[in-house]
Write a protein that binds this ligand. Sequence first.
Ligand SMILES: [Fe+2]
Ligand SMILES: [Fe+2]
Length: 337
Amino acid sequence: MKPEKYYNPNGEDILDEKIFGGSPTGFVDFNRSRYRWDSNIYDLMNANTWFPSEVNTANEKKNFEMLTDNEQAIYKLTFAQLSFNDSAQEEYLSDFRRLANNRLVKAVLTLQMMQEVNHSKSYAVLLDAAGNSSEVFDLYKYDAALNRKNQRIANQFARYIEGGSAEQMLLSSMASVNLEGIYFLLGFAYIYVLGDKVPGARDMIKFIARDELNTHLPLFANIFKTLRKENDISAKTIDKIYEMINEAVDIELEYGKYLLENYPIMGLTEELIENTVFNYANDRLSKIGLEPVFKSSSETYLQKLVQKHLNMNDVRSNFFESNVSNYAKSSIDLDDF
Ligand SMILES: [Fe+2]
Ligand SMILES: [Fe+2]
């Protein structure tokens, strides 16, 4: 590796550092940001810092054992899949970060990696409390549908991560838009449906969902839009982006329908699941500046559940400590660049 990667006094002006391509001097200067969204998202991520030990999981085993058989299966298969998402995302981010040029954007990705590790830790804490950690982490060996969803996500992550051009980097960033914005969502919704029966799981998911949806998704939506703005992106590449989100919808619905057919629980229907995933996919397309293409319907019950838990003020009574109430309530302006 050339030392210029770490220090290049003849590098470009810090305000000229694009996301893709260039030669930065090597400083992470939060006072001179080419974009504003990068330091805004960094501050929001930091303000939102939480630790798994802040969630009360003391009764998780007792609560888990009171669930019906189908609810227990949903609980285990949901956490088995979500825990894969966060593990994979950490590894993907360290690869994606190498494709980036702007040092401040890279710094935000570094913080995101830390948060994904924190999510992995939170699953371990929760499942240890529930008494089924190894069983859940090993479920991919026995459940073909779970294994297939994980594999399809991994395939999408791997497809464009080698980079080499702005278009490849754009395609790679879409894998993360899909992860943060689609692959988590039915899992979050399922845990919220179980809700008060497993308050430990519900509260852990509240914190994870806020990280994914309030900061990680906006980060990648901004990376996507900025890459498009700063580079000449062909219509063919945009077609591939649509193929990727179509695939993401298929991945999410395939697993959602598998759970529904095999472990039905009250109130969930195929139509509800389809409408929910289609609505999310349309929303993600709008967030990255593309036209929604999926059948749209009014906000579903599951979307309302997820949205309700993104607001901070309703978590209080379930925590031992009150320090997590400081979780930042501000939101990111997606067009902030
Ligand atoms: Fe995460
Ligand atoms: Fe994330």
